[in-house]
Design a protein around this ligand. Structure first.
Ligand code: GDP
Ligand code: MG
Length: 296
């Protein structure tokens, strides 16, 4: 960066309902697989930061849990991440998709509680005709009154570079917030637990994945490999039995797939040890939630 050029930097919050493609979009924009993505709702429980750096800019993304009405303590804490993420945003990326219908909740209020420009993204346009896309764009533009509107496909990288251009247009002048080598503010253990949780979502049905939490007991890295121990916490003995499966078969599958993902993410050989533990009602118990880091 020369002394005559100005540097831009800011916080961009990706918000919207569950399953509209927020995590997919952030990963495309950041170019790394940071947030876990599955077709089931509410897999993103934390606020996840991803940072991208250019010579004269730095964008700090927050991917947030989908906006929902809180039922459990866990939900309340998830929604606190959304609120704080909107509060300190320089730009809000409000993501919707071609399926979502506007409903009268407090999403709008949250979006405009801050004067930041709102960029409305209508995602998954690969699944609709150009007429349907136009209809959706007009519909949402009317409801949200955003600063800009773009029709995109996060999955197929359609118009995602336009999203980037749009962000650079509204990014304020500011020196970088983080060291330019920073990729994320979350520790490696967090990504390890997210990758394991992703496999749980892919391998089990119904409420089981939602009743699970993963914590990393140990994480030892050497030049050649990473050794880690993961505890899968469930709410009931019956869930523990499901997680383990007959003769340990299910847990073994989860472990094998998770290890592949971990090795890809860390670019190192991974030795993964898994334990399953029952903690009754962990979702309702605030102090236990704090232990897992949900203290937004
Ligand atoms: P989030 O809950 O908003 O973070 O949504 P995710 O990023 O986890 O995506 C939810 C689902 O939508 C996943 O199955 C994605 O593969 C899918 N998805 C995301 N973007 C697109 C897209 O542009 N087109 C299509 N067809 N599917 C998408
Ligand atoms: Mg997500």
């Amino acid at each position: 960066m020369s002394e005559t050029t100005t540097h831009k930097a800011g916080f961009v919050s990706i918000v919207g309902k569950p399953n509209v493609g927020k995590s997919t979009l952030m990963n495309q924009l950041v170019g790394e697989r940071l947030s876990i993505i599955t077709s089931k709702a509410q897999t993103t429980r934390h606020r996840i930061m991803g940072v991208i750096n250019g010579e004269d800019f730095q964008i700090v993304y927050s991917d947030t849990p989908g906006i929902i009405k809180p039922i459990y303590e866990l939900h309340k804490s998830m929604m606190n991440f959304v609120t704080s993420s909107i509060e300190d945003a320089d730009i809000i990326l409000f993501v919707t998709d071609i399926y979502e219908k506007f409903d009268e909740d407090d999403v709008l209020e949250r979006l405009h509680q801050n004067n930041a420009p709102v960029i409305l993204l209508v995602n998954k346009v690969d699944l609709a005709s150009p007429e349907e896309v136009q209809e959706k764009v007009d519909y949402w533009a009317e409801k949200i009154k955003p600063t800009e509107v773009l029709a995109i496909s996060a999955l197929h990288k359609f118009n995602t570079s336009e999203v980037m251009e749009c962000l650079l247009k509204y990014l304020p002048e500011h020196p970088p917030y983080f060291d330019k080598d920073t990729l994320t503010d979350l520790p490696e253990r967090f990504f390890a637990s997210e990758l394991i949780r992703e496999q749980i979502f892919l391998h089990y049905k119904k409420e089981v994945p939602y009743s699970c939490e993963v914590s990393i007991e140990y994480f030892k890295e050497t030049d050649e490999l990473i050794k880690m121990g993961a505890v899968i916490v469930v709410e009931r003995d019956t869930q523990k039995a499901i997680i383990i499966g007959k003769g340990g078969s299910m847990l073994k599958k989860v472990g094998t797939q998770a290890r592949k993902g971990l090795e890809q993410f860390f670019q190192k050989k991974v030795f993964l040890e898994q334990f399953v533990k029952v903690e009754p009602n962990w979702r309702k118990n605030k102090s236990k939630l704090n232990n897992f880091g949900y203290n937004g």
